[in-house]
Design a protein around this ligand. Structure first.
Ligand code: G3H
Ligand code: 13P
Ligand code: ZN
Length: 306
């Protein structure tokens, strides 16, 4: 089967993006794989540091290796999302993750360069790809939070890539993590993205904080006792533009999967008060996540790419 390196090149050449979907349990992973199978899409399955602690390394690898066996024809790449230290990235490399992200975006430039380079040297010696980040996304980036977007500086991006030799770069162009991305009009700075691309021609870029926060989930969560009023995400048309017209090769999604999951559970539990069998609502959640991933892969132009 072709590796991640192949699909990175292929996605740039054919103007699609690979969905990077976060999972924290079997149900989410299964829903993601079911969706990927339906659309025949290479797929990145991401584990954040928080998810890594929640599941522990044996469960992460156990679930991933089970998914590889159950979905033999689908290229599934295990990725560390927002690794905050060399030690965490080293652990993921040693566990044979296919790629790791070192997120030094909250550090001063020189420190970000230094830690990224250290991770790159170790990961490349073990055949693992490295994603780095320059610029800060508004909202919560795991343990780091920022109230303002600090957009990626296009000139610094070129210097950063040359000095670190990272394989891919996450850029800040107006997206943010979580369910509340925009209070007013949802805008992305495609002008900054184009400048980055001028400085880094044909270099694979990553969009974080890319959930579209489907209003059907917002409504359902609110209707069944939750409170996520005013939640708003990235317009799907902008995501399609990012992969068709720009060099965004990977689009990260976590919030939408969480919302699909929790909306399904809330509705089922409220409508079926006598049920005590978790398989009932978890099966529905797997199906909902599957449908969501199918829609996303269409939006990312990632159909029949295997
Ligand atoms: O980018 C952040 C992801 O949504 C991971 O979130 O640290 O709560 O698992 P988490
Ligand atoms: P969302 O919160 O928009 O889903 O972003 C997820 C992400 O960037 C994971 O790294
Ligand atoms: Zn992220």
């Amino acid at each position: 089967m072709k590796g991640l390196k192949y699909y990175i090149k292929d996605s740039l050449k054919n103007h699609y993006a690979i969905g990077a979907y976060n999972f924290v349990n079997m149900e989410m992973l299964k829903g993601i794989c079911e969706g990927a199978k339906e659309t025949n899409s290479p797929t990145i399955v991401s584990v954040s540091e928080g998810a890594f602690k929640y599941m522990d390394e044996n469960f992460v690898l156990g679930l991933y290796n089970s998914a590889l066996k159950s979905y033999k024809d689908i290229p599934l790449f295990l990725h560390l999302d927002h690794g905050k230290s060399f030690e965490m990235c080293k652990k993921a490399v040693d566990l044979k993750f296919k790629s790791v992200m070192i997120d030094g975006s909250s550090l001063p430039f020189e420190e970000n360069v230094a830690v990224t380079k250290k991770v790159v040297d170790y990961a490349h010696a073990h055949g693992v790809l490295v994603e780095a980040e320059l610029g800060v996304l508004k909202g919560v980036e795991d343990e780091v939070s920022a109230s303002e977007n600090i957009y990626t500086n296009p000139l610094k991006a070129k210097e950063f890539v040359e000095r670190t030799n990272c394989d891919t770069l996450a850029v800040a162009i107006g997206t943010s993590h979580g369910a509340y991305k925009f209070s007013g009009e949802a805008k992305l700075r495609f002008d900054i993205l184009s400048e980055i691309e001028k400085n880094l021609p044909n270099f694979p870029l990553v969009l974080h904080g890319a959930s579209s926060v489907p209003q059907k989930y917002v409504e359902k969560i609110n209707r069944y006792g939750g409170d996520v009023k005013g939640a708003k995400g990235v317009d799907e048309k902008l995501l399609t533009k990012a992969c068709k017209e720009h060099n965004i090769y990977k689009i990260n999604t976590d919030t939408d999967l969480r919302m699909a999951y929790i909306a399904t559970l809330r509705e089922y539990i409220k409508e079926n008060p006598t049920n005590i069998d978790s398989r009932k609502f978890n099966s529905l959640a797997i199906e909902e996540i599957k449908q969501l991933v199918i829609e996303k892969n269409r939006c990312f132009n990632n159909i029949n790419r295997i």
